[in-house]
Design a binder for this molecule. Sequence first.
Ligand code: MLT
Length: 209
Amino acid sequence: MADLDFIHEYIRAPLDTTGHTLVLLHGTGGNERDLLPLGRFLAPDAALLGVRGKVLEGGMPRFFRRLAEGVFDEEDLLFRTDELADFLRSASATYGFERDALIAVGYSNGANIAASILLKHTDVFAGALLFRPMVPFEPEQSAAKRATPVLLSAGEADVIVPAQSTKRLGELLDARGANVEIQWHRGGHGLMEPELQLAKMWFEQKFSK
Ligand code: MLT
């Protein structure tokens, strides 16, 4: 059995119907259980895989180190990106979920590591819903292209994520072949009920069979 060296929680699809598995990636200070209710709301029939980031910042789990708010330790980020991509490949072998149907759902720091995987390992995710994401790193080399549906859900009044960074992330993903939609909402960095309804509709449009 592959070594599944991230703390995680895997919940099988209730009826084994859709074949999708949502990979749930929390924000700073969260854990593998935080986004399970959101995942179930977005996709009632999907399997769920909640993962806990390995880096601790003052005791708070994250997916990679940062030097300051919005300033990332790129060496650690790239290492953690590869590490999480490897974990997801191993988890698919262990739990038997379809790699082709893996959808990222990330919030804040979790959205940023998901974006980093999308930029660096185009084979891992078949789609992504990223809440309050920013550019994790500016890629230099070109990766294989994949027409992955990606939703970027952004807050117009977000004081942590500059609007320009969300737009730039959209461009970078677009250059990777992704089919990107950015939805702007009135709020700030926190999630709001109406945007979750819109995200659910987006997910159903893109992934209902
Ligand atoms: C956070 O607090 O998680 C930041 O806004 C995003 C990050 O550091 O990745």
